[in-house]
Design a protein around this ligand. Structure first.
Ligand code: PBG
Ligand code: ZN
Length: 331
């Protein structure tokens, strides 16, 4: 016999159940967080052309939208605001945490409709600023970090007061986690609101469809001076360690599939914390386009990306495929 006994692997995965046992971490419904767009048009269900089956939802339609998903086992959502009336945007993103803000109103409504659903709020200014950047700017167009962090903490406090369970700052300003945690101390919210930081967020071409959906593209320049350079593993490590030191309750790596090495690194660096990854809009759109072109079957490919995230060490995946996954996980 040419093969040694210890070389025989096939038997160990010869049955479907044996194959399930090979996972270090299996995909469960509780590991999924669904990113959703809330528009300022209260009765709307508006298509997002670059994101198949995703819509901008008005506050009045949240029951119709989320009810069936909660029924299927949806455990958490993360909210993004859409301001269709650009004339309401200003240089400091005043609308972000005003009572008019669709996110502020949606948090309250979702908490009322679905008391068991966990609600996270993405915190950033780009959906609300006239210039479309994620922070407050100096006159020369560069980022005023101190003012930005102060404003991000203020918005975080107001989302938390509205009822958010989780605050996720995606602005990438320096020192925001500490500022948000301090704000929560001040507001006596520290015991009930978690902060999951977009720690390793790269300046990515994969955010394009999101910026269409949220109307948040910068009106000039790009985000390369605050989001991480795509080659920067070292900076990603430093940003993760920094956010842990500042008190983050969990960290995120974003985008997902192109940065699996960083995700694995994050899982090592922050082994005592939940690790999230965001399969972003451009990954979602690319997978749909490829599936439509006959490159692969949608389900098989999405499951493959999910297993990649789990293998790399994710505890939580933000994905627009959540509705499909909730169905697939039932079978
Ligand atoms: C806001 C924000 C963005 C995403 C999440 N929060 C866009 C950006 O940074 O330009 C991207 C999510 C996606 O592409 O699905 N800062
Ligand atoms: Zn932003």
């Amino acid at each position: 016999m040419s093969v040694e006994i210890n070389s025989l692997l096939h038997a160990g995965y010869s049955h479907p159940l044996f194959r399930e046992w090979q996972a270090t971490r299996s995909i469960t419904k509780s590991a999924l967080m669904y990113p959703i767009f809330i528009t300022d048009e209260d009765d709307a269900k508006a298509e997002i052309p670059s994101m198949p089956n995703q819509f901008q939802w008005g506050v009045n339609r949240l029951e119709e939208f989320l009810g069936p998903l909660v029924e299927r086992g949806l455990r958490s959502v993360i909210l993004f605001g859409v301001i269709t009336d650009f004339s309401k945007k200003d240089s400091r993103g005043s609308l972000a945490d005003s009572n008019e803000c669709p996110v502020v109103r949606a948090v309250k409504e979702i908490r009322r409709l679905f008391p068991d659903l966990v609600v996270a709020c993405d915190v950033c200014l780009c959906e609300y600023t006239s210039h479309g950047h994620c922070g407050i700017l100096y006159d020369d167009g560069t980022v005023n970090n101190a003012k930005s962090v102060e404003r991000i903490a203020e918005v975080s406090g107001n989302y938390a007061l509205a009822g958010a369970h989780i605050i996720s700052p995606s602005d990438c300003m320096d020192g925001r986690i500490k500022a948000i945690k301090s704000k929560f101390m001040e507001l006596d919210l520290s015991h009930r609101v978690a902060v999951i930081s977009y720690s390793a967020k790269f300046a990515s071409g994969f955010f394009g469809p999101f910026r269409d959906a949220a109307g948040s593209a910068p009106s000039f320049g790009d985000r390369k001076c605050y989001q991480l350079p795509m080659n920067a593993r070292g900076l990603a490590r430093r940003a993760i360690l920094r956010d842990l030191r500042e008190g983050a309750d969990g960290i995120m790596v974003k985008p997902g599939t192109p940065y699996l090495d960083v995700l694995a690194e994050a899982a090592r660096l922050a082994e005592d914390y939940p690790i999230a990854t965001y399969q972003v809009s451009g990954e979602f759109a690319t997978i749909h386009a490829a599936a439509n072109a006959g490159v692969f079957g949608l389900k098989q490919h999405v499951m493959e990306t999910m297993h990649g995230f789990m293998r790399a060490g994710a505890s939580l995946v933000l994905t627009y495929f959540t509705p499909e996954l909730l169905e697939w996980l039932d079978n």
